[in-house]
Design a protein around this ligand. Sequence first.
Ligand code: MN
Length: 719
Amino acid sequence: MRLNDILDKVSEYAPNADLDVIMRAYVFSAKAHAGQVRKSGEPYLTHPLAVAQILADMKMDVDTIATGLLHDTMEDCLVTPDEIKELFGDEVSELVDGVTKIGKLEFRSKEEAQAENFRKMVLAMAKDIRVVLVKLADRLHNMRTMQHMRADRQKAISQETLDIFAPIANRLGLSQIKQELEELCFEYLHGDVYAEMVEKLATGAADRNVYIEETSKTLYEMFAEKELQCVITGRSKHLFSVYRKMLAQNLEFEQVHDLLAFRVFVNDIGECYTALGLTHARFRHFPNKLKDYIANPKSNGYQSLHTVVIGPDNQQIEIQIRTHQMHAIAEVGIAAHWRYKEGHLALSREDMNKVTKLRELFEAAREVEDPQEFLETVKVDLFATEAFAFTPRGDVKFFPLGATALDFAFSIHTEVGNKCVGVKINGRMVPLRYELKSGDTVEILTREDQRPSRDWLDIAKTGRALSKIRREIRQDERAKGREIGHNLLETEFKKFKANLNRRIKAGDIRTVCKELGYRKEDDLYLAIAQGRVTVERIARMVLPADVFEKQQEEPGAITQLFQRIRKKSESPVLINGVEDVMVTYAKCCRPVPGEPVTGYVTRGRGITIHLATCKQVMAMDSERRVSVQWHNETRGKHSGEVRIICSDQMGMLAEIGTVCKTTGINVTRMEANQIEDNKAELSLEVAIEDVRELEHFMNCIERVKGVISVDRVRAQAQV
Ligand code: MN
């Protein structure tokens, strides 16, 4: 039956192709699927045949078409990769294996698994893009023949197709497949809306067909008068695109005016612009709806002129003007770039570059290992609509809408992004967060000592820029972490009069690394900074046992002094259960004993103690956060600060002083300011043992007559 159609078609576009492979694949598939039927009751073989047919329509090579015929044999008939390899060679076997693997990926599960599976699929695409073309053909035929499935399965498969496969088809420039997939998904997902629209379209169908015919004739004659040879087609727009417009602009179906679209096919680019000029001379057009995708092709290679005019009978119509060749590319997308070279189908580097977005997608799949981050990285690039901007040399770059000047810098080169200090748009300085507009010329200014900073994460919008910035920040933080770890260890060794650098040279630290399973010394330092290994443990591994005994028995003079100092400022917190680590208290949230806290390893200042809920600490590297607890017993006084708003009257200070005395609270600093008529603000720094004592004190103050409010001072906690 249809095998001959496929063979005819292939020999038309690839006269020297080895049709034998296709025939053998057909026979093999027929045997493997013998006796199997589809839900519709048809023999199963109809499905692989239809998939092969779609691939032949895309002018694919014989190996890919054979893969279309074989694609379900491994999964459904337990054929092994080795069998296929023996009969059809390495290439076909790898393709079938790839398609089978993608088929097992689940995109409807939890978001995380979905992200990981999506990454796997992109990696498979990167290896051999034909795998995905077969998958798309497979999905298209399954969607065409879904009538016999349960409604919930229909909806689930449609949603997955709309989320994953239609955007991929679009990115590959396969506009026909993308549109058909979308129409089918629309029908299954919003059946009632779809049916209503079909009905409404049907009512005016006869009139519309007459209108299409007459308008096509009018246009044709108008062009013929100027001796412009062309082919014209007219049609109603796809329902899904009409529906999308209704949603986006909040319109009723009746309010969508440009339901009809015409296409004019001419022979060369010059004629495209001539045709556009003639059209605009005859019909009034909407300048803001004119799109020149010939001068500025879409990133998937699409080229055409689009204009919306007020046509005959005052009807709004869209007219697309393109060459026949542009049309061929628009219909089959990436497939139009395949070339037969020495009997093999190949995609030239130059043509691959035309679909640069794809290359970035592949890059991200290889570089970004965290699936969630990968999904975020590609989401914007794959699914958002685009703007374009130019480099000063006139190269064009594409961006998702909303991308900023900083994104542009990273799109040129990672180093240009990292060192970016300023941006000129059309010659004028703008901030990094400037949102790119189509047609902007962007010049990036760089400086050697510039580094990405944390606030860039809010400025950048594209996945590429975000992942590069994150990587740099992580590297910086790791470098800081290593330095901190080294310093902590050095200090510990000094306690025992040992010299860390000498020990490093002797190879002792290397031995510790080996025993604890760290690859190199830097990893060990990082582990110390992150609190994963204690300096005490390392000291005990390296230094002879007697130094620890000696220290306990009879501390040296310096150690004694050291201990005395430490006694005074004995740390009230335990870091990972360990005492005596240098700590400071964060100025942003000013925690006091008794409040839930967390530690953050800093450079040079040991560990900073923040409130567990502090917004500042939550924005910092989670790897450098360490778990800290307050000691159970109190460890001397801690400083807290309260702000009192009270009426500005005689005796106020004396009243507050009395409260301090009766509660036993020591005020270490006080500041008073008049803030408005009859009101004063007092700032008290007080020495307290814990949060309970502080709260008790504040309650007592609040009861004093004339006090309006009492608050803790937490500098930027609210920011
Ligand atoms: Mn299939």
